[in-house]
Design a protein around this ligand. Structure first.
Ligand code: BEZ
Length: 259
């Protein structure tokens, strides 16, 4: 089933509540090991901080993101960036690598995304990334879904996130022809810069969109309340139960017929 995501992005709110998403992206950049002169696609580049980092390595980087607001912010950093849905990438044999951080969990049709990445890569190219893996923010998802169910709303239909396990995502990559060199789940409890309501306001818009605007804040405060015993700390700060799926896959130099 395809879920029409109601998520929207506000770069100012994102900077306040979610800057850690790109700040914590360096392990993926290191796994990519970019070389000067390489042509790299940043899939789901957001407002562009990691795209900029790759450009600073001397790479020729193109960023794509489904959000016009985020692309406007990326362009303001002087980046080469375009509004494009990751399910329908428009490139052919152009890139040495496709890099992606914290974006694939918003794309619920992995076969389409992986097919577009395969097409975009040159033979021998690599697909390196990290996103939410199986069990990611499980406490938060359970709270949001249980509260929607209580209101008679089918929660699975509004959940915009795709958090696969290792075998599931490896199978998708291999089905398209990739060789999977590395794939792992990385539990990463993540301290939040503010409270959980701020995180939910930034990331959980698909859930609140199912309710009248007048109920949004109470809904988010109740959801945060359900998570309090597991995710809040003695000093009042919050730590979200992030789990990342990190992978490195390659497109063979010679493709089998039909690949
Ligand atoms: C993230 O961007 O890291 C994220 C987004 C939604 C849910 C969980 C994590």
């Amino acid at each position: 089933m395809t879920v029409a995501t109601r998520q929207t992005w506000n770069p100012v709110q994102y900077s306040k509540n979610a800057r850690f998403v790109s700040d914590l992206g360096m392990p993926v950049v290191e796994l990519l090991a970019p070389c000067a002169g390489e042509c790299i696609l940043d899939l789901g580049c957001g407002d562009g901080p990691l795209t900029k980092k790759l450009a600073d390595f001397g790479c020729q980087v193109v960023g794509v993101d489904a959000s016009q607001e985020m692309i406007t912010a990326a362009l303001s950093l002087g980046l080469d960036a375009y509004v494009m849905d990751g399910h329908s990438l428009q490139y052919k044999c152009k890139f040495d690598a496709v890099f992606t951080n914290a974006a694939l969990h918003w794309m619920k049709q992995p076969e389409k995304v992986i097919a577009g990445v395969w097409k975009a890569l040159k033979p021998g190219g690599r697909f390196v990334g990290e996103f939410g893996g199986y069990g990611n923010v499980a406490t938060i998802v359970a709270a949001l879904e249980s509260m929607l169910v209580k209101r008679g709303i089918e929660a699975k239909a509004v959940n915009p996130w795709y958090f696969p396990g290792i075998e599931e995502y490896k199978n998708h990559l291999e089905a398209r022809g990739f060789t999977v060199n590395t794939i792992m789940l990385v539990p990463r409890p993540t301290p939040l810069p503010g409270d959980l309501v701020g995180w939910l306001e930034t990331f959980a818009k698909s859930f609140t969109a199912a309710l009248p605007a007048s109920e949004h804040m109470q809904f988010l405060e109740e959801a945060a309340g359900l998570c309090r015993t597991k995710l809040s700390n003695a000093d009042g700060s919050w730590t979200a139960d992030y789990v990342r799926l990190r992978f490195y896959a390659t497109k063979a130099n010679r493709c089998r017929p039909g690949m």
